[in-house]
Design a protein around this ligand. Structure first.
Ligand code: ATP
Ligand code: MG
Length: 291
């Protein structure tokens, strides 16, 4: 990591200062909420081994919202799947709250690119679906389902079926479904990439508003640099395969966060710097998608 090029270091100050996290990678993993130690992933395929994640080391504090940027195919989804226990690690260890990740957990929320709602169920029942499958008392969660739907602007759509909603509205339902069991960790893999620009801005705002009050730990994969910066407390950049984390930037923007932050010179300087990091990760052979 080239600390001297840190975009947040004011002239005449220690250029490494803004990189320092409360819990650096070398910290005791018990102090972090989520820790990756020397995590590597190799897929064995018929045409040979594919080293998706070269080596990942990372500590994330409880309540941090961390965006992950990187070239297509660099292993972002693989990393998220390993954290969620949906995919095994080839080498290394992943620890969450002092326990090693060995499989999927109920107390995580997942949101993927495709909202995959059940077409025959109402919006409200889709949000409550994880509660039903986990055989928890649905009545205990109905109030929260109503509150979540109202918070994302779907208060009047609770009885509708998914086909009666726009793509952005469906993704909001998926967001509420991901949050209904009060997950400790939210894993989001390009949840808004299929949306048009206006709906995507709306979703970004809805998510930022939710995070003003929810304070969940989150990993958010995206190809959009502006989205990554607007939403997160911290942005990671991964290189092309076999990937490594080459930048880890703590953002200086306060919460509650307003859309106007995107107009600030600092926001734009950070986005430009991240774009350079991603292009360097591509070997400058290609432009990053979106942004
Ligand atoms: N189940 C699998 N079996 C074999 N190879 C896989 C599997 N899943 C992913 N890969 C390979 O691992 C590499 C990383 O894939 P991954 O989906 O994690 O990338 P990504 O960074 O999420 O890409 P994108 O930005 O396009 O979503 C790719 O080369 C991909 O072909
Ligand atoms: Mg992916």
């Amino acid at each position: 990591m080239d600390l001297a090029s840190n975009p947040l270091a004011p002239a005449g100050t220690d250029p490494a200062a803004a990189w320092r996290h409360p819990m650096p990678v070398a910290a005791d993993r018990d102090a972090a909420y989520l820790s990756l130690r020397n995590v590597r992933k190799v897929y064995q395929t018929r045409s040979g081994d594919v080293e998706a994640v070269g080596m990942a080391n990372l500590d994330i504090a409880a309540g941090e919202f961390v965006s992950i940027l990187g070239p297509s195919g660099c292993g972002k989804s693989t990393l998220l799947s390993m954290v969620g226990g949906l995919e095994s690690v080839t080498e290394g260890e992943i620890w969450i709250e002092g326990a090693r990740v060995t499989g999927p957990r109920r107390d995580f929320g997942y949101i993927f690119q495709d909202p995959t709602l059940l077409p025959w169920k109402s919006v409200l029942d889709n949000v409550l679906f994880p509660i039903r499958t986990q055989k928890r008392p649905v009545a205990d969660y109905e109030g929260e389902a109503h509150r979540l739907l109202e918070r994302v602007g779907l208060g009047e759509f609770k009885a509708k079926r998914p086909r009666e909603l726009s793509g952005g509205m469906r993704q909001r339902v998926a967001l509420c479904r991901g949050l209904i069991n009060d997950p400790r960790l939210m894993l989001m893999d390009e949840p808004f990439s299929a949306l048009d620009a206006i709906s995507r801005d709306d979703m970004n705002l809805a998510l930022v508003r939710l995070w003003d009050s929810y304070h969940k730990t989150a990993l958010f994969v995206t190809h959009s640099i502006r989205e990554a910066v607007f939403l997160a407390d911290r942005v990671l950049v991964m290189t092309a395969r076999p990937s490594r984390i080459v930048a880890d930037l703590r953002l200086p923007f306060a919460r509650p966060r307003d859309v106007t932050v995107q107009d600030s010179p600092e926001f734009n300087r950070i986005c430009a710097w991240l774009r350079d990091q991603i292009q360097a990760g591509y070997g400058r052979a290609a432009q990053p998608a979106g942004g």
